[in-house]
Design a protein around this ligand. Structure first.
Ligand SMILES: Cc1cc2nc3c(=O)[nH]c(=O)nc-3n(C[C@H](O)[C@H](O)[C@H](O)COP(=O)(O)OP(=O)(O)OC[C@H]3O[C@@H](n4cnc5c(N)ncnc54)[C@H](O)[C@@H]3O)c2cc1C
Length: 397
């Protein structure tokens, strides 16, 4: 990895940094929980406002090609973008799955009409998208999905149910995997549809998570008519399109696969602010030792991410580091959050935003949310399988 930036990349960094200095939300206007959580309408509105502000400054979808409204930013500039947002304490823009998942998939597979219709509204934050993959009987084994779509004139008619659909409560659209040929082998009878969430026959039922948030949902489809022009790719060939979306998902940091050095900094502050036996917990060398271990692991992950980046800069396909990163980052995040509970002692029992809770109770919230990240975007057991089979060459179980 070459850590020196070209002058063009340096200019990019300086321009973004200057813009963020003026425009990044001030601390009192940010959620303590970052983008991972949404507790009330105010959190959602803040998120929409920030996304649109970035868009007005030309800082949304920087990785998209210029012809579709992006900046055509390089892989390295995307890394700089993430670093500068982190440095400014600004949230990562997140308004559903349009920007990171559907947009890039449509750029690859969509018709020109689909690109013109959907991409500008994703960038502007005018339409929110959710992802309709998982079903009650199809999660890790996604290709077992049973939601049916049958052709009828110029439409498909969809019946079935999706589950764990993040942000469906806000979504205008859903990209949906449906079975269009029940007699074909399971990967071969799937199609990829774009469905208007406001269509008759679509209903959304919230699922309350153990954090108390209503981030995801069940979505039901009852005789929902979807125009044929909303098919992405060929009928019955949707699995290839679905895999493209999954590749973008693994690369997007979904499922908590992010640099968590900032989290360690927060843990240090917490250790300095909490007391043990009348002294700051930070004075205890065993506490400093544990935090140092977390910091070392976070650094190791950061450099693993740089190795992955080097592969991409050299034009090589993504390597198995993606699975390693997802597994190790989410496990480390969980251990960091559990350790915060230890530091807080009885105060860890206070819920988010409870009176007297330390840091507004964000630690107990993050601890509860950390479990979900070990499941989202492909569970960690599945990542173990991938590493075992593709990296270590172990026989398939
Ligand atoms: C926070 C969060 C957000 C999500 N958002 C969305 C969304 O927006 N849209 C969407 O479609 N889905 C979403 N999901 C669903 C997610 O993709 C699934 O939960 C995940 O793929 C696992 O599927 P499952 O829940 O059906 O569990 P299952 O696949 O039933 O797995 C149950 C358990 O068995 C283990 N297991 C399964 N197969 C194997 C195997 N072959 N080897 C070893 N162990 C195995 C799993 O690791 C897990 O521990 C979200 C999930 C979470 C937690």
């Amino acid at each position: 990895m070459d850590f020196n930036l070209s002058s063009e990349d340096e200019r990019f960094r300086a321009e973004l940094r200057a813009w963020l200095e003026i425009n990044a939300p001030k601390a009192q206007h940010r959620s303590e929980l970052g983008m991972a959580a949404e507790e009330d309408e105010g959190d959602w509105q803040r998120r929409v406002g920030w996304y649109r502000k970035l868009h007005s400054g030309g800082w949304i979808g920087i990785h998209w090609p210029k012809e579709y409204g992006g900046r055509g930013a390089s892989v390295l500039q995307n890394v700089i973008y993430a670093e500068e947002l982190e440095r400014a304490g600004a949230p990562v823009p997140f308004l559903g799955m349009g920007l990171s998942l559907l947009g890039p998939t449509l750029i690859h597979w969509g018709t020109e009409e689909q690109k013109q219709r959907y991409l500008p509204k994703i960038l502007a934050g005018d339409e929110v998208w959710c992802q309709g993959y998982s079903e009650p009987g199809a999660g890790s084994d996604l290709a077992s999905l049973q939601t049916r779509a049958v052709e009828d004139g110029d439409d498909f008619v969809v019946n079935g149910q999706k589950v764990w659909t993040s942000l469906a409560q806000h979504a205008d659209w859903i990209f949906l995997l449906v079975r269009t040929d029940p007699d074909a082998p399971k990967h071969k009878g799937i199609s990829y549809l774009l469905v208007d969430m406001h269509s008759p026959g679509v209903s959304v039922r919230p699922l309350v998570q153990m954090t108390g948030a209503r981030g995801f949902n069940e979505v039901f489809f009852e005789d929902v008519r979807v125009p044929r022009k909303n098919l992405v790719g060929e009928k019955n060939q949707g699995w290839q399109v679905a895999i493209t979306t999954l590749m973008f998902e693994r690369g997007s940091g979904a499922g908590g696969n992010r640099d968590i050095t900032g989290q360690i900094g927060e843990l240090v502050k917490l250790a300095k602010a909490t007391t043990r036996g009348g002294r700051p917990a930070w004075d205890d060398s065993s506490v400093r030792q544990r935090v140092a271990e977390f910091a070392c692991e976070a650094q190791a992950l950061k450099y693993t991410a740089y190795r992955q980046l080097t592969r991409r800069l050299r034009g090589l396909p993504p390597g198995p580091e993606g699975s390693m990163m997802k597994l190790c980052a989410t496990e480390l995040n969980l251990r960091v959050q559990l350790y915060a509970m230890e530091l807080l002692g009885p105060y860890s029992q206070f819920e988010y935003r409870a009176p007297y809770a330390v840091d507004h109770g964000k630690w107990s919230y993050k601890m509860l949310a950390a479990r979900g990240l070990t499941i989202a975007a492909g569970s960690n057991q599945i990542q173990h399988n991938i590493i075992g089979e593709r990296v270590l060459g172990l026989p398939k179980g």
